[in-house]
Design a protein around this ligand. Sequence first.
Ligand SMILES: [Zn+2]
Length: 348
Amino acid sequence: MQHGPRVAVIGLDCATPTLLFDDLRSEVPTIAKLMDNGMYGDLASITPPITVPAWACGMTGQTPGQLGIYGFRNRKDATYDGLSIVHSGSVKEPAVWDALGANGMRSLLIGVPPSYPPPADFPGWRVGCFLTPPSSDRYAYPQDLQAEIEEELGGKDRYIFDIPNFRKAGSDVTLDQVFKMTERRFRVGRRLIQNKPWDFFMLCDIAPDRLHHVFWQYVDPAHPLHEPGNKYEGVFHDYYRFLDRELASLIELIPEDAVTIVMSDHGARPMMGGLCFNDWLIQEGYLVLDEPVDGGPVPFKDVSVDWSRTAAWGDGGYYGRLFLNVKGREDEGPQATGHLSGGSRRRP
Ligand SMILES: [Zn+2]
């Protein structure tokens, strides 16, 4: 069977157009060369622009609603019993590699979310994503791929799936891990891209996302917490220069006749403020608690909700996911339809 060109995708999690196309363009000659010799542009993410659904939607051509995946944690079902963490089996729709596999073509995937636990069967080779627990004994398909990764990196636990507690680990620790994660992932990528007969290759690196989460305020003068002259002001320059060299060493190994794609799943920007929308829902009468909450913020799972009088609530992330309590779907969807059309304490 005559196949088209092979395709190699390098996924830079959270790589942001304003950085790579503008501010840091001179720091990333490899990416700039791809832009000059190929084509590029802003890529619309999904709503919500969150890692797991964004990659899953990109690779299946579905929306978060069609996949039922809106983030890292999702409602388990139509009950109110909290959230479950997304896993490799959460995606029920066929992805690019499934379609290729059905046509006898094999894929080599490294770190493409969601990919933990490893699949029971796969048309090719697959290494787990950032959802893989550290020190996991089973993180790749086929399992003997793990021995090869460990040999390449000089031991078990050298491969970094994600930086545990990256927000609280301390800036220096996180920064060090960001560099090591990228270095080791690309090293594994260079080895496998050469010795596996792939038709489709894809490597995703979550390191830029972790870097942006922790260091945006230090780098971006527009951030409300920015302090000029802080010691982390140059970390984006340093990291992207380093990443670009890693990228160059991987791209060098991609066959001439293959199509190379560098893409991200969403961007980043300073957080200028927030809205406590459960408070607003309470104030407007859409969310009714059994008893009022005093003092500071309380996790939603710790408040007692009067579900029979609640029309809507928010839970599951910092990006404002709102759920409707629907009669006939949720266990205690409001019996009186008036609750869904307007709050009882709505102000004029
Ligand atoms: Zn992401």
